[in-house]
Design a protein around this ligand. Structure first.
Ligand code: GRF
Length: 211
């Protein structure tokens, strides 16, 4: 984690990305790592689902990928401890939940204090849980909402889509366009905000390692 003493090469923070699905946010991080915008490496991708397309994206990028599937009936803390053990083996500076669709308990979070961040397609305090984009759209159709957004936050505890906010981006909802177009806009906003935020956190880590 800290740069080796006397090392000349710039310190590159290590990212482990947790995914459950299509992995478009993972791809945004892989692209930004490859083209130098992050100054950090995605050292591993871990999924709770063997069919997550994010695993293919990791393989295409030459990044190590692993699956930790829950055992039916097993305690949540047991799964989280196993997951934490695997993630810790990659010695991450940051653990990025990028479309990770599973609540993590302190059995995991306690191993990586202030190092786990999550992406949520809604503004702080709004639309926690799944299908936040669809729910924002439905509220807008009913006339109950005109704006939504995207946020990135730390994950200090088991609160869902809740924790110290690192970045937000707001979006107006235009219900005259098709839903798919609006959802695409939210996803593009996520990709941009995630890369910008992770780049900023990596800058901070490099700075901390240099003093
Ligand atoms: C994103 O909208 C993320 O905010 C939500 O799940 C979606 C994952 O998309 N939690 P992808 O797997 O990164 O394409």
């Amino acid at each position: 984690m800290a740069a080796p003493a006397g090392s000349e090469a710039p310190y590159r923070p290590r990212l482990v990305v947790l995914v459950s699905g299509s992995g478009s946010n993972l791809q945004a991080l892989l692209d930004a790592s490859a083209d130098g915008r992050l100054g950090a490496d995605v050292v591993a991708v871990v999924s709770n689902r063997a069919d997550a397309f994010g695993l293919d994206l990791a393989a295409n990028a030459g990044v190590e990928a692993a699956v930790v599937e829950p055992t039916p009936g097993a305690e949540r803390a047991e799964y989280d401890a196993e997951l934490a053990e695997l993630v810790a083996s990659y010695d991450p500076d940051l653990v990025v939940l990028a479309g990770w669709m599973r609540i993590l308990t302190m059995a995991f979070l306690g191993r990586f204090p202030e190092r786990v961040i999550n992406l949520h397609p809604a503004l702080p305090g709004e639309l926690a849980g799944t299908r936040a984009i669809e729910r924002a759209w439905d509220e807008a159709l009913r006339g109950d909402r005109t704006r939504t957004g995207v946020m990135i936050h730390q994950v200090p505890d088991e609160g869902v889509d809740d924790g110290p906010v690192l970045a937000t981006a707001e979006l107006a909802i235009d219900t005259t366009i098709p839903f798919e177009e609006f959802a695409g806009e939210v996803h593009r906003t996520e990709h941009t905000l995630l890369v910008e935020t992770v780049a900023r956190l990596c800058d901070d880590l490099r700075h901390a390692a240099s003093i």
